[in-house]
Design a protein around this ligand. Structure first.
Ligand code: C5P
Length: 478
């Protein structure tokens, strides 16, 4: 087997590989291995699977490339001031510096005094490629870049980890060290990535501070649910992953008005629904909500006004998106109706087809006799209902068809049956790894045209869809 050296590739190719790798949280070498594995698994021309596009429109490979959310921003990736607070999650901020720089951002860092216990100015400075700032009264840095300049010479301030103490100080306008003085002196957007013990996160004082910070226009990413550094503790309090923070930072850096979907109202459904059997049991499915959330994030990053109606998922609210969390199909239907009118509606939720006709008020008990029968009734079909609306029907209604066989044929039938305008069909058979995974293979079906996109990440699917919606919008205005 020949070996391949990444170092020898073109700089442009290497940049592309770094971005892909960053997006998938892999090393560049692992990314190359994954690309090769996928390429080897693709069917050869002439030996295609039985379902080929009958009227192949240009594929995403041939079509003009969709804008990539993680690509460097035009004119550079923006100037980010990263404030690293004193938490065990500070080690992830080292990776965050790399992720931000991979997106073309210029990163300057401030380390709080206590953060020195977790990471060193040397490692932070080496990764940022400039000395990091630590002291409010450092004569060298006051002479060079004082706190006022740090506060102003940036486009965005990211605080990661944002400890409970740091958040309390910001919420109350303290300025007794460099980090808080900078935050008080800035008029730039501030993105906080909280990280703390779940009990601290739930503490009434932290709740109050978080509410105040949101009210003051600060942006939050995370915290996520998961295990804590303290043995045996788990809950909400883990700092968001560096990739998530970098995505949120990039969304804040992108000028909204420049978005291709500025002025468009988009309604999206995502995730599963939970249909109660009794107060403690429910019928559910394996939808993770990742694809719908990725679409919401990409559509919002393109400048649209987005409402996301989501079933129960463990995903944080995408930046700049109005999120409505619901449990059942009936709740989702009501929430969708309340969110209309919209210009575009995208139904990515895996809505349960049925619910239990009479869910128990109390927990069902074993009686020692035959198990209870659970008669089901059909749930409202939200996509079909909205597609059939008269006045309030959005001009573009997009559905999903998750199929395990005859993907395109079934999806075409669904398009006709549900009367939507486009269907994004995907193979969700267990071997596809789509359910809960990060990759997806989509066929976009409109009227008789089928456009088959190559296997790509769910973020890339979202961006390709944004490009198609932008083209649709353009075609209506010209
Ligand atoms: O019929 P099926 O569930 O395969 O249709 C999938 C499409 O219909 C998806 O877009 C899904 O969000 C939508 N749907 C819906 N309400 C339902 C069932 C499906 O909106 N009750």
């Amino acid at each position: 087997m020949a070996s391949l050296t990444v170092r020898k590739l073109d700089e442009v190719v290497k940049d592309g590989l770094r971005l892909r790798a960053a997006r998938h949280g892999r090393s560049v070498e692992d990314e190359v291995r994954s690309i090769l594995r996928e390429a080897a698994a693709e069917p050869e021309p002439g030996r295609a699977p039985d379902e080929r596009p009958q009227n192949p429109a240009p594929t995403a490979r041939q079509a003009p490339a969709a804008p990539r959310r993680t690509a460097p921003m035009p004119g550079g990736g923006g100037r980010v001031l990263l404030i690293i607070g004193a938490g065990i999650a500070a080690y992830k901020s080292l990776d965050l510096i790399r992720r931000l720089r991979e997106r073309g951002a210029h990163v300057r860092c401030v380390l709080t005094r206590a953060a020195h216990h977790f990471v060193t100015p040397l490692s932070v400075g080496a990764l940022a490629d400039e000395p990091c700032h630590t002291d409010l009264f450092d004569p060298r840095s006051e002479f060079d870049v004082g706190h006022i300049r740090l506060a102003r010479d940036c486009d965005l301030i990211v605080v990661a980890p944002a400890t409970a103490d740091l958040m309390a100080k910001i919420a109350n306008g303290h300025a007794d060290d460099l980090a808080t003085a900078v935050l008080l002196a800035t008029d730039r957007p501030v993105l906080l990535a909280p990280a703390m013990n779940p009990m601290m996160w739930l503490n009434v004082a932290t709740r109050r501070n978080v509410a105040r910070l949101l009210q003051d226009g600060r942006h939050l990413i995370g915290p996520n649910r998961g295990e804590m550094a303290e043995a045996g503790e788990a809950g909400v309090g883990r700092m968001a992953e560096p990739l998530e923070i970098a995505d949120a930072a990039q969304a804040l850096l992108r000028p909204k008005s420049a978005g291709v979907l500025a002025g468009t109202r988009v309604l999206i459904t995502a995730g599963p629904t939970h249909e109660p059997i009794d107060p403690v049991r429910y019928i559910a499915n394996r939808s993770s909500g990742k694809q719908g959330f990725a679409i919401a994030a990409a559509v919002a990053a393109a400048g649209a006004e987005v409402t996301l109606v989501s079933g129960p998922v463990g995903l944080p609210d995408p930046e700049g998106v109005k999120v409505r969390r619901v449990e059942t199909a009936a709740d989702m239907m009501a929430s969708v109706e309340a969110a209309l009118p919209a210009d575009v509606a995208i139904f990515a939720a895996a809505v349960a087809d049925w619910r239990v006709a009479a869910a128990g008020d109390q927990k069902l008990k074993k009686t020692g006799e035959a198990p209870p029968s659970l008669p089901l009734v059909e749930n409202p079909d939200i996509l079909a209902t909205v597609s059939r609306m008269e006045e309030r029907r959005p001009p573009l209604v997009i559905g999903f068809a998750a199929e395990t066989e005859h993907v395109i044929a079934h999806a075409k039938a669904k398009l006709a049956r549900k009367r939507c305008d486009w269907i994004l069909a995907n193979d969700v058979s267990p071997e596809s790894g789509v359910m809960g995974g990060d990759l997806n293979t989509i066929h976009l079906i409109r009227d008789d045209a089928v456009e088959s996109w190559p296997r790509m990440s769910k973020d890339e699917v979202a961006e390709t869809l944004v490009a198609r919606i932008a083209a649709w919008r353009e075609s209506r205005t010209t």
